[in-house]
Write a protein that binds this ligand. Structure first.
Ligand code: CP
Length: 350
């Protein structure tokens, strides 16, 4: 089955603003944004219209150019600002990369995890939010197992809230780093075919990527067994298919999703072996995508289930690069949210 979807509505554009002064380097690839509207919080990929998303990616590129080759890869941009990493759910990549990103911008960083905090004694999210508020957090990076928790948090704190993954809802900075990685390899996303494969039902990565990549002009195809597609997927700005082999032919990129066994309460497929046979990425399937095509995975991977180790570590795989790009993109997000577009901010450090 292949179903064409309606393009989603684009967010209205706001007033014009200049790029960060003092940021040097060659012009970013893709169209130069003319009008950007950075939201107060980054809760969903749909908070970014095309111009603003392009601006975040271009800013990340300029940051990368600005710090590459430096012995000390640190900018004074957010000196005196406090970023709180508020993680109620396990994370390796996102938590560490937000910490590295904030520190490279010279912010003070507080790492909070539910384990070992008063949350384990029954403290509510609201009381935790008020505590952060009292401590003067300028930004709160929130991961939570409940969809909507970062949005709720944004109503209780004055600082900027960044969704670092909420339940099965969204993971907007993952989508931004994926778009950044795709742009680096493909030169632009307009008309590019990206195939997203696997546990779409439980995947916040898939939701955010469909929103962002379609905003940036890519054609996204979701491939999954019917049991792992959410109700209403036909309203997403994506194509849907059950047949992985045919979807992969000539694709510019394939993004494998982790099978989220911890969120599964029923039998969504007969056996892991059966899942791998129908929806796993092995070398034969890797060879179906375009010669210039790339393989992405947000991590953590179930090696041998949704992807073979040979493909994960083989030619065309950009999985490790995605992690590195996560730091740069999160620096751009923190910078744009926290320092606005003031001339002094970046200029002081570049
Ligand atoms: N991709 C991702 O969100 O990984 P972590 O769960 O390790 O942060």
């Amino acid at each position: 089955m292949t179903v064409a979807m309606q393009p989603r509505e684009r967010a209205a554009e706001g007033p014009a603003s200049a790029g960060p002064a003092g940021v040097t380097g060659t012009a970013p690839t893709g169209p130069t944004p003319q009008r950007v509207r950075m939201p107060r919080h980054l809760l969903s990929a749909s908070d970014l219209d095309r111009a603003t998303a392009e601006h975040v990616l271009s800013t990340a590129q300029r940051i990368e150019q600005a710090i590459s080759g430096r012995e000390v890869r640190k900018l004074p941009t957010l000196r005196g600002r406090t970023v709180v990493n508020l993680f109620f759910e396990d994370s390796t990549r996102t938590r560490i990369s937000f910490e590295v990103a904030a520190k490279r911008l010279s912010a003070d960083v507080i790492n909070f995890s539910a384990k070992g905090s008063s949350v384990s004694k029954g403290e509510s999210l609201k009381d935790t939010a008020w505590t952060l508020q009292a401590m003067g957090a300028d930004a709160v990076v929130c991961r939570h197992s409940s969809s909507g928790a970062p949005q709720q948090l944004s109503a209780w704190v004055d600082g900027h809230v960044i969704n670092a993954g909420d339940g099965t809802h969204e993971h907007p900075t993952q989508a931004l780093l994926d778009a950044y990685t795709l742009r680096r390899h493909l030169g632009g996303l307009d008309g590019r075919r990206v195939v997203v494969v696997g546990d779409v039902l439980h995947s916040r990565v898939a939701r955010s990527n469909v929103l962002l990549l379609s905003t940036l002009g890519a054609e996204v195809t979701l491939v999954a067994p019917p049991t792992l597609l959410p109700v209403g997927v036909t309203n997403w700005p994506a194509l849907v298919s059950y047949d992985l082999d045919s979807a992969l032919v000539g694709a510019d990129a394939v993004m494998m999703l982790r099978v989220q066994r911890e969120r599964m309460s029923g039998a969504f497929f007969p056996t892991e072996r059966e899942y791998s046979r129908s929806y796993g990425l092995d070398g034969r399937r890797r060879d179906l995508i375009a010669e210039h095509g790339i393989v992405l995975h947000p991590g953590p991977m179930n090696r041998g289930m949704e992807i073979t180790p040979q493909v994960a570590d083989g030619p065309g795989s950009v999985i490790v690069e995605q992690v590195a790009n996560g730091v740069t993109v999160r620096m751009a997000v923190l910078y744009l949210l926290l320092s606005g577009e003031t001339d002094a901010a970046m200029g002081a450090g570049l």
